[in-house]
Design a protein around this ligand. Sequence first.
Ligand code: ADP
Ligand code: MG
Length: 408
Amino acid sequence: MLFFLHLYDKLPLPFFLSNAMQTLQNELIAKFSAHFGREPEIVSYAPGRIEVLGNHTDYNEGYVLSAAINYGTFFAVSKRADNEVHLLAGDLMEEVAFDVRQPIAEKESMWANYVKGCLAGLSSVKAPQFGFDAAFLGNIPLGSGLSSSAALETCATLAIARLFDITLPKLEIAKIGQKAEHTFAGVKCGLLDQVSSIYGEENALVLSDFRSFDIKPIAFPEDVCFLMCNTHAKHALVDGAYNERRESCEIAARFFATVLDHPVSALRDVSWNEWLRFRDSMDDRIARRAAHPIGEDTRVLEGIDCLRSGDAASFGKLMFDSHESSRVYFENSCPELDTVVNAAKSIPGILGARLSGGGFGGSAVVLVNKRDAETAAEAIRNAYAHQYGSPCDTRIISCSQGAHLVKA
Ligand code: ADP
Ligand code: MG
């Protein structure tokens, strides 16, 4: 019995990892051992994420449905006797060394900044007493909208926190990753990526309320999954367009605060009926921008009802509506994303499709019956190639368990 308890303690969480993930984990441990001459003491894992419904709602204090995905990053670490940190990027086989007490962001080896930022965040909780050797390895395609950066931050924070004997609530781990990305990598991301990576559960979506930061799982039907279709499109002036959208939402919220008889501090406080009532009293562009996050909040709440009653087809329709709202009101779609979504409308087995993430290029997320996933992905690639000469990338995504320690 004692032996069993001991074994249980050492078993990976979850007990079952897919073969591909087990292979990746073994590969990382082999690389760590070959490079540093010993096995890692601690190994963690964090997945990437997809945004499923609730587009540009986070900074309007609204709702988002997202999911942790079946692609992720492993991070292995062992204590050192001195104050040095030796950090190995397993894919690149590139090593960076620095003092544990002074992690400083540098332009070379940008990847190291994500880990250094997390270390800086943890150091503000408890000053490090020793250095460490660390290595990481992942299978999330970088820069494809699946948030490899949040996965790296999250698995690094989990493993290093364990090494330093720091216990933190999940939301604090997410905030350390977000701050690392802001201040060490120079990317002003929201909190969705880290939250999804940490709170993800198998066969469930993550519902985040970006006002109360109440985050909970919503069961997801087992006979459907997602396709992520990366168009690789990148449109110019994205930063300017993004800032305009944020500013327009703020202007709209201020307008509604003056005309509604209840408090409005963000568009979250405005209902679709209120938008309909006042749209003609507003500047047309501001009204259209506001329609998107307000409509998205409504769709997320409707979507939860669909999921609770196991109605994946109605959930899919909400995804199509979400894309239409992006295209018409928020104007954050582009011809490449529209091509994927339009093709999806007539492919058997597909229930819904929309752009995922900031927009203006990048990836679309498609809801599909599991049994049709392969053929539907091929049909999307063909439709895209017909229009643009070469296919978009497609990947089958299932809702997966969030970040956890694998060896501790
Ligand atoms: P995304 O998060 O959508 O994948 P980002 O540009 O935000 O795209 O983050 C990608 C960056 O994160 C990479 O350029 C690299 O610096 C870092 N990164 C994440 N995972 C890894 C990894 N496994 N190996 C090396 N660098 C990584
Ligand atoms: Mg990122």
